[in-house]
Design a protein around this ligand. Structure first.
Ligand code: SAH
Ligand code: SF4
Ligand code: F3S
Length: 469
């Protein structure tokens, strides 16, 4: 019997990856995916607990689903509702108490048990599974069955042992765990076989990766990237998210030595004042962070830097916020994510004195975001006149356009000039905006492999060398 499942994803890229894996785990049970929740026999909300707003969204969504469920029941059908992800892990059966419409609560470590849970759930009314099991869930999930886009995520590491005082992730994702390299290489080869050209390696602390190597030794992320770069068809590799304390010399060198490793690095620093960084338990100072960026830029001068920043951590003064602004000025980010501090239940910072009033947080965020927006706009504008390799990912919004990404992760809209989705083409960049670039494909370019120079871009210079077939 075919049944329909609708999976709605919130939060980070790891949730996006998990949703794909959940769909694949449910396929042998006869579940096909649907975009339409009203047509679903099963709705899974894959949730995020990182800030209060993210978590609260789930309850309003559950309210809407209750109405849909009533409609389906009136028509003689049913709809089961499952809550997965980090809210499931953090709140457990409390979710069912608050929203009785929920049938099943499953934490991120237990997606391989979803089919069993659904079967059990047919017997008992409700099921909750938020244990941290000892087994490797990835080894128990069915192998990757498909990938329709030329870019894919691949989780290599999960969990966090850092315990930043503001953050729920160590509680929702558990202790750090690295998948064995052989399993990752196998999954990457399958993805390449489906036509994937770019893989983003995921982990809450991806650069703390230390997995059993394919050669019997412990492999770092740099060693893993080196092995992945040899897989035929894979042209681009990225990784996220990194912690400054785990940015090893070999990973910095990989940015110089491995052409497939894209010149983009997301490296959160959170705050510029050392007193706040210590209160956050970040394990780095502002000077350590700035020195690190210097070394990364020595290895890869054109690297685009991205970061995460929190404003209004408990006790943050105006002068300390200004130190955050100063780090931003010194680094000059290509892009960044910035947030108002949100107290999270169970975290040490939530009970600290001197919580900052909402109005001050909003003001600091606006000041910071206007500087970050300026930097991003300038970074995009600096690409005009360059020729960049663009991985074509999907049809553009306007007809006659294709949309792809530059090596620096900027969205690029190009005129459809014979390029195909999944191809890496050279495009002359003609326009930029706050968030994206536009360009024209250089006619007749047919690529097999693109190597990007690591030299800093000079105006009008091409950033890519194209090897023709
Ligand atoms: N593992 C990553 C980030 C995980 S969460 C790292 O170590 O940086 C993504 C981002 O959300 C964090 O970098 C942080 O900037 C933000 N964040 C986490 N907890 C938060 C909180 N309580 N309030 C506001 N922002 C938060
Ligand atoms: Fe959260 Fe810190 Fe771990 Fe990142 S390193 S996931 S911010 S506790
Ligand atoms: Fe959110 Fe969990 Fe990711 S809290 S950011 S979904 S790890």
């Amino acid at each position: 019997m075919t049944r329909k499942v609708h999976i709605k994803t919130y939060g980070c890229q790891m949730n996006a990856y998990d949703s794909v894996r959940m769909a694949e785990a449910l396929a042998p049970e006869g579940y096909e995916e649907t975009d339409d929740p009203a047509a679903a026999d099963l709705v899974v909300l894959n949730t995020c607990h990182i800030r209060e707003k993210a978590a609260e969204k789930i309850y309003s969504e559950l309210g809407r689903l209750r109405l849909l469920q009533n409609e389906r029941r009136a028509n003689g059908a049913n709809m089961k509702i499952a809550v997965a992800g980090c809210v499931a892990q953090a709140e457990g059966e409390e979710i069912i108490r608050r929203a009785p419409v929920v049938d099943l609560v499953v934490g991120p470590q237990n997606y391989h048990r979803l089919p069993d849970l659904l079967r059990d759930g047919q017997k008992s009314a409700k099921a909750v599974d938020t244990e941290f099991p000892a087994e490797d869930k990835f080894a128990s999930l069915p192998e990757r069955a498909r990938q329709r886009t030329p870019t894919a995520f691949l989780t290599v590491q999960e969990g966090c042992d850092k315990f930043c005082t503001f953050c729920v992730v160590p509680y929702t994702r558990g202790a750090e765990f690295s998948r064995p390299a052989a399993d990752i290489l196998e999954e990457a080869r399958r993805l390449a076989g489906f036509g994937v050209r770019e893989i983003t390696l995921l982990g809450q602390n991806v650069n703390a990766y230390m997995g059993d190597g394919a050669d019997g030794r412990g492999w770092t992320l740099a060693r893993l990237i080196e092995a992945l770069a040899d897989i035929p068809g894979l042209a681009r590799l990225r990784y996220t998210t990194s912690h400054p304390a785990d940015m090893g010399d070999d990973l910095i060198a990989a940015h110089r030595d491995i052409p497939a490793l894209m010149p983009y690095l997301h490296l959160p620093f959170q705050a510029g004042a050392d007193r706040i960084l210590a209160a956050m338990n970040r394990k780095h100072t502002a000077a350590h962070y700035l020195r690190l960026i210097e070394r990364i830029r020595q290895a890869r001068p054109d690297i685009a830097m991205s970061t995460d920043i929190i404003v209004g951590f408990p006790g943050e003064t105006d002068a300390e916020f200004e130190e955050t602004m100063q780090v931003v000025r010194e680094v000059n980010f290509a892009q960044a994510y910035s947030f108002k501090y949100s107290p999270r239940p169970g975290t040490p910072a939530s009970t600290m004195d001197d919580q900052i009033p909402e109005a001050a947080k909003s003001e600091r965020l606006a000041t910071l975001q206007s500087l970050l927006a300026e930097q991003q706009k300038a970074f995009n504008a600096a690409q005009i006149g360059r020729t960049l390799p663009v991985l074509l990912e999907k049809p553009g919004r306007k007809s006659g356009q294709l949309a792809g990404r530059s090596p620096y992760l900027q969205p690029v809209h190009v005129t459809d000039h014979g390029g195909e989705i999944g191809q890496i083409v050279l495009a002359d960049i003609t326009e930029s905006s706050a968030n994206s670039l536009s360009g024209v494909i250089i006619s007749g370019t047919k690529e097999t492999k693109v190597h990007i120079n690591s030299a800093p871009p000079a105006s009008g210079e091409t950033a890519g060398t194209l090897l023709r077939q």
